[in-house]
Design a protein around this ligand. Sequence first.
Ligand code: C5P
Length: 416
Amino acid sequence: MSLFGKQIVLGISGGIAAYKSADLTRRLRDAGAEVRVVMTRAATEFVTSLTFQALSGNPVHTALLDPQAEAAMGHIELARWADVVLIAPASADFMAKLAHGLADDLLSTLCLATDAPIALAPAMNRLMWSNPATRHNVAQLKERGLALFGPGQGSQACGEQGEGRMLEPLELVDTLSGLFNRGELRELGVMITAGPTHEAIDPVRYITNRSSGKMGFALAEAALEMGAAVKLISGPVALSTPRGARRIEVESAQQMHDVVMDELAKIQIFIACAAVADYRPVISERQKIKKKKDQLILALVRTPDILATVAGLESPPFTLGFAAETRNLEEYARGKLKQKSLDMIAANWVGAPDSGFESEYNALEVYWTDGQRSLPKAPKQELARQLIQLLTERYAATHKGIVPQRQTHRRTQDPG
Ligand code: C5P
């Protein structure tokens, strides 16, 4: 049961079951999720927002038109931030509101403004639950694709017995993780480097390359589709973050190296797709260089090899590297596989027509110690899916089934 890295908006509407949502907040965090709580006004009459602030570790959002809260994280940002919106308890009144698309408070507005999945955990008196008005609303919400968790049977706070109890916090966590953890990479942490790096010459100039970052971002999406928790360490690119990925932006090779090494805990698979600059200027001038001389010689120095550093750790994650070559593709790619002690390498021809750098298409030759596979030219998104599928097979073959090892990675030496 894992919600590792998931961003959950927990919506609390007015009902006595709101007291259980305090425990639910803790359980969600125990399962690895980050939780932001949104309460309706009625909910705050049953439990205090302070309880949820303490348990979630984040400020609680209650009002739509609160300038202070909007300045920190507005309702639209919150709607975008969510990987899922879980409403527990969902009262009969709140479900009626949702069914009609009303947006007269923060929680209902957020539900209209999000494209994340919405799950409801109804809690109400059994007669309210079985009332034709509620049945009609529930049918409509289901038809629109909202998930319903429960309600359960049993004794109710009002003293009656029947259907309408909110599911217990652990049941809710379990059902919610079922929404995410469907793919073959479920419960695995995947880190992907993407894009180029910028190596500063002076405050206005830098050395870079033609990488667009598209392949790395497509790989992130494909890994997410298969249920992985994805960290995307990206150089400067003009691409939006795939939903559900944690993106950390860097500029230089050294920064990318430092972030990768800091973020390796709970990562089982490392994909180095970034076109990291191999050299950086020895000196990055603090002032803009003036054009005085006819010749200007830039002294360059090697940057750390991030992939080799990760693969050289004492207990490294499964590593996939890339090789862009203009000749001797297999020989050079296999050379890198061995020198850098990688599990897999994906090689592509530089200069093939409409393929690779800046293009929407790519073609790959993938090598591992005792095998290889060709992935013919296809849109990067499609190719990324095929590559992640192949990686999943190789990972399973070398790890005897996909059982995550929650290891941290000890450093041996740093070849950089
Ligand atoms: O040796 P070469 O640069 O061709 O290796 C390419 C592979 O190594 C790519 O996977 C790239 O992301 C990674 N790399 C790295 N750090 C560097 C240079 C390359 O992670 N400084």
